[in-house]
Design a protein around this ligand. Structure first.
Ligand code: FPP
Ligand code: MG
Length: 300
């Protein structure tokens, strides 16, 4: 996609403006992801100077949040490559994250004020979402409402703000696109949580089956827990945050299937995806449906 190359070029130009060679070196080491947020903005707003700049700002904020997240999660891989904290140290990852997101905010101040408000408000939400994620990872969480609120803030809020801002740029209905982005974002995180269980490490570009060991009771675990009898509930809670051996992994996977927790998590994610499409049905944007479909059907 040629326009995604334009976004990458814009990010590079912003980092060049910082006039710091170390920042440029570190930028080169960041593996690019799926650029879902940019794809969404460009499909909604079309490719213009403004939309490319908006994408660059959003991708820089997203990248900085992942730099910090890898420090918080003590993760040593990101998108199949060593994370910056693993390559260097936590300090480098935090400082480079600070440089990227403050530069993004500087550029945001040159954009229309409603867009600057939407995006910066979403960054507050995603920071709160990260804190909720860390808090919910302390003890076994069996509340779906808490899980949903956390993934909305941690992941969906920036996708929602991206879609809403793109609608604002192009004079489209902001509420409709915000709701599309919100539902898409929730579906996206649920799929991420499912892939942690169904995919191998090579496909994921990070260790598989790690969420539960890290204390994250994601949607498949939540549904499974609800459906187990009391002794198996206790068994699952006993495995929480422990390194798992082959037998324990097999027990989890078997029960994921026999309770239909995995299957129903997929149905739930698809439901949010379908709702996303439903709200934009009058907008005649076939490509936005395709983004949703390929996001649901992805394998990493
Ligand atoms: C990934 O979650 C984390 C996020 C989507 C948000 C992280 C947000 C912050 C660290 C707040 C700070 C924000 C800025 C702009 C500096 P995950 O750990 O579930 O996913 P993963 O498996 O990809 O790591
Ligand atoms: Mg993480």
């Amino acid at each position: 996609m040629i326009e995604l190359e334009q976004v990458k070029e814009q990010i590079k130009n912003y980092v060049i403006e910082i006039a710091d060679s170390r920042s440029l070196e570190l930028l080169d080491l960041l593996a690019t992801g799926k650029m879902l947020r940019s794809k969404l903005v460009l499909k909604i707003a079309g490719v213009t100077d403004e939309s490319i700049k908006l994408c660059a700002v959003i991708e820089m904020i997203h990248a900085s949040s992942l730099l910090h997240d890898d420090v918080i999660d003590e993760a040593d891989t990101r998108r199949g490559s060593p994370s910056i904290n693993a390559l260097f140290d936590n300090k480098t990852a935090i400082m480079f994250g600070d440089i990227l997101y403050s530069k993004a905010f500087t550029q945001l101040t040159t954009m229309p004020s409603d867009i600057a408000y939407n995006i910066s408000n979403a960054v507050t939400l995603l920071s709160v979402g990260e804190m909720l994620d860390v808090d919910l990872s302390k003890d076994f969480n069996n509340s779906y409402d808490k899980y949903l609120d956390m993934i909305y803030k941690k992941t969906s809020s920036l996708i929602e703000a991206s879609a809403k801002s793109a609608a604002s740029l192009s004079g489209k209905n902001q509420d409709v696109f915000a709701l599309y982005g919100k539902n898409l974002g929730i579906a996206f995180q649920m799929i991420d949580d499912i892939l942690d269980i169904t995919q191998d490490s090579a496909t994921l570009g990070k260790p598989a089956m790690l969420d539960f060991v890290e204390g994250k009771v994601t949607i498949p675990y939540l549904l499974m827990w609800e459906r187990l009898d009391s002794s198996d509930k206790l068994k699952l809670e006993g495995l929480y945050k422990k390194p798992l051996d082959e037998d324990e992994l097999k027990w989890i996977k078997d029960n994921m299937n026999s309770t239909k927790a995995l299957q129903d998590s997929m149905i739930l994610a698809s439901k949010f995806g379908t709702e996303a499409i439903e709200v934009i049905k009058d907008e005649d944007n076939e490509e936005l449906k395709n983004i949703m479909k390929s996001m649901i059907e992805r394998s990493f």
